[in-house]
Design a protein around this ligand. Sequence first.
Ligand SMILES: [Zn+2]
Length: 529
Amino acid sequence: MWVDVIVEDILATRPADRYVVNDAKSPSGPIHVGSLRGVVLHDCVARGLQARGRQAPFLYGFDDYDPMDSRPASVPAEFDRYLGMPLSEIPSPVGGGASYARYFGLGFAEVWTKIGAQPEIYWTSEMYKSGRFNDAIRIALDRADELIQIDREISGSQKAERHPIQPLCESCGRIGTTVVTGWDGTLVAYECRPDKVAWARGCGHHGRRSPLDGGSKLQYKAEWAAKWWILGVSVEGAGKDHMTKGGSHDVAAVMCERVFGCRTPVPIPYEWFLVGGRKMSTSKGVGVPAGELVEILRPELARFLMVRPHYRQQINFDPSGETVPTLYDEYDRAAAAYFGEVEAKTPAEADLLRDHSRTFYFSRADGEQAKAYRMRFAKVAYLMQMPSVTVEEVAAQEKGGPLTEADRVELRARMEDARRWLQSYAPDQYRFQVLSQLPAVDLTPAQREFLAHLGTIVAERDHWDGEALHERIHALKNEMRLPPKDAFGSIYLAFLGKASGPQAGWFLASLDRGFVLARLREVSGGVRA
Ligand SMILES: [Zn+2]
């Protein structure tokens, strides 16, 4: 399992008692679901290291001294005036005293809490203001040429930038529009340029100020390197867009090693995580906010979705179609392996089971998960739509004993997911409603005769089990030489008013017997069996 491979690799290549696992994000607007992959990946690696007896704090940094460089569609237009200012200094778009950065950052943190990650949060604005970046800023200013040279050498950038820091303009409060024009060892001379960037307009102020204690910020790549140094980061993955050859990670790595004299953390380049599909992309535009994932799937399943594939494999999650039932089936296979419910017959199978078991282990959202009876998701969704069926009762029958509290918790979570899935994403063939009145149906004489015979069969017993009734329906259909479509179609039309539906034997067996007989009599309309 990939987490174990990463953990073993870290332990082998960098033996230590303590590892700092770090992830970060600029809270520049609603944080999209793709960023959750980083959280889950780092959380798993930290858990894996901890399970091997190492200290492994997981830190999550919100880079909130970054300037606001675009306004998300959900943010009011009047926020355009804050463009260029640090995210930590902009008010929350919903008011209430928190900053813009905290509003979006803490909203994201709520989501990761739900899926069982608990990183320690830090805010770069606080690190700057409290002086934790001061040494790095002094080094960056003293060795500015070297840092700029590294960027040019590694990335091929030809930007005219001369200093890897940006002062905070004392006149307009912007940080994205300034350039350093001098450094005397104590103060930086700077200009706030109207035309430095396309997305914000500097005020034109020229000034001199201390770059320390929040008076400036490091530019992105130098800041990344400085954070590794200051926080002692030993493991940090990043999305593959940062990890291209000559990309920001390569530049930060050289800055870290040559200028700050620290070792580049173990890199883990991971692939995209996209949530979409037609339904979501049309209603939400580009990028789905992270919070929406936990509105589609319960925490363990949301986590499983990200833990299951290798981190270098792209995830395209489209909740429509059969995705959710399939995901649940895979989750159940992983759970069965974890709880030792299946035995391997070959070494290859044993490997696979171990992989599944570890996937389940890292998908747990909230500590040890109790072993529970797991009814197949598609069946839960089906039973929930049956009138006069109590899902708990069927589950107890299927289990062959009363449900434990853990069974009930598990079943309720499945029912909740099934309810949401049926409401918004399930394909038509999974959705049905038994009609209390016979709908207007157009049946052939042969179909009416088939239903009349079916009535006679149902009347034979007080109670049918689905399997037995299913076999009888098949036999009747064969006897009458009716094509399956006509035979089963007539049942679905008579009870659901549509041409398709769930497996007919189980379906009819789970309905009230009197109701079934009355409906069959009515629909066959006087045809004598
Ligand atoms: Zn200014």
